[in-house]
Design a protein around this ligand. Structure first.
Ligand SMILES: CC(C)(COP(=O)(O)OP(=O)(O)OC[C@H]1O[C@@H](n2cnc3c(N)ncnc32)[C@H](O)[C@@H]1OP(=O)(O)O)[C@@H](O)C(=O)NCCC(=O)NCCS
Length: 169
């Protein structure tokens, strides 16, 4: 059985191990630690199966060129242990996260990822809302309004937290 819940304080090593295994490198694991250290980590959830952490997602603060009110978050990184991939765990984790953020006073979430994957959660190209990322993501940079009008007033360049400079590509 899969349980979706916030991480406990002593679970950083297990969370980092999930990212390391899923991405096959250290960058995203280090990113999770750095986001926490910098205080830019706004929300996290993990999936537990048989007492072990099998998936994790982090949401961090973004800076938006125009209209920034601190109520938009970036979804990243998200990872599912290889043995648990393609079994709906990632989708369940993301759906639970978005539901939880809807209940907080958050307005929008942005993500740089595969449009074929994130469209299922309602993400659409951020360029439609006159937003762009600093990585040249094009249509892979997507936005989701958590409520009607959630993207209203946001415009221009979107900067991820400084911890994202750790990513090598
Ligand atoms: C991407 C990831 C989080 C998805 O989690 P998951 O539990 O494997 O995905 P789910 O089982 O919820 O969804 C499976 C669906 O996603 C699709 N999918 C899985 N990984 C994908 C990827 N990297 N790109 C595009 N589609 C992907 C599958 O084709 C499948 O689609 P279908 O349901 O139409 O067959 C997970 O595969 C992972 O950790 N990958 C390695 C790390 C990574 O790339 N993270 C995302 C960076 S944006």
């Amino acid at each position: 059985m899969i349980v979706i819940r916030p991480p406990r304080l002593d679970e950083l090593a297990a969370i980092m191990a999930v990212h390391r295994a899923a991405f096959g490198r250290d960058d995203e694991a280090a990113l999770v630690g750095r986001l926490r250290a910098d205080g830019d980590d706004a929300f996290e959830l993990l999936a537990e199966a048989d007492g072990a952490v099998v998936a994790h997602v982090a949401f961090s603060r973004l800076r938006i060129e125009h209209g920034d009110d601190g109520l938009a978050l970036g979804l990243a990184p998200v990872a599912v242990l290889p043995a648990w991939q393609r079994r709906g765990v990632g989708s369940t984790l993301i759906r639970h996260s978005l539901e939880a953020l809807r209940k907080q006073p958050m307005r929008a979430v942005m993500v740089l990822g595969d449009p074929g994957y994130y469209a299922r959660f309602g993400f659409t190209p951020a360029s439609r809302a006159s937003l762009h990322d600093t990585y040249g993501g094009g249509d892979a940079f997507m936005a989701l309004a958590l409520h009607s009008g959630g993207l209203d007033g946001y415009r221009g360049r979107v900067d991820y937290a400084p911890a994202f400079d750790l990513l090598t590509d």
